[in-house]
Design a protein around this ligand. Sequence first.
Ligand SMILES: [Zn+2]
Ligand SMILES: [Zn+2]
Length: 153
Amino acid sequence: MGENNKTHGESNKTYQGKCFCGAVEIAVTGEPAGMGYCHCASCRTWSAGPVNAFVLWKQDAVEVTKGGDQIGTFSKSPNSFRKWCKACGGHLMTEHPLWGLMDVYAATTPGFAFKPGVHVNYQETVLPVRDGLPKQKDLPKEMGGSIAVMVSS
Ligand SMILES: [Zn+2]
Ligand SMILES: [Zn+2]
C-alpha cells in the first residue's frame, strides 16, 4: 500500500454527516474499520430497504455535533442500538457496543467515499448482487460469525 504515504496526511480527515432534515449533525474522523453491505433481516426490516450500506467506525471517531437530543435509540439485541432522528425519522447509525464500533450508514455521510469490501449475512439476502466482492454467509469470525464465504462473484 504505497499510496498510504501519500494519503497519510488525510488519515485524520473529518467528514460531516446529517440526518434527512438536518436537525442532527455528526462528524466522523479518520479511517473506518470496515465497509460493506449487510443483508440481514434486522437491517432490512428496520430500514425498509433491501440492504444496509455500512461503514464501521471506532466509537471515539464519531461525534454528534448538533441535535443530540433529537436522536432516538432502539435496541432489539444487545449489540445493536439503532439510532434515528426524532424530527424526520431519518436513520443515522447503529451502535455496536460489544465490538466498540459505530455503523454510520454510508448515506449519512455523503462526502465520505464509500468503498465496500464485503457483503455480510448474505444467506438472508433478498437482493442478490454480482459485484465481485466476497459474500459472507453470516458475519466475520471476529464478530461472532463463521467466516464462511458463499460466493465470490
Ligand atoms: Zn432529521
Ligand atoms: Zn444487518
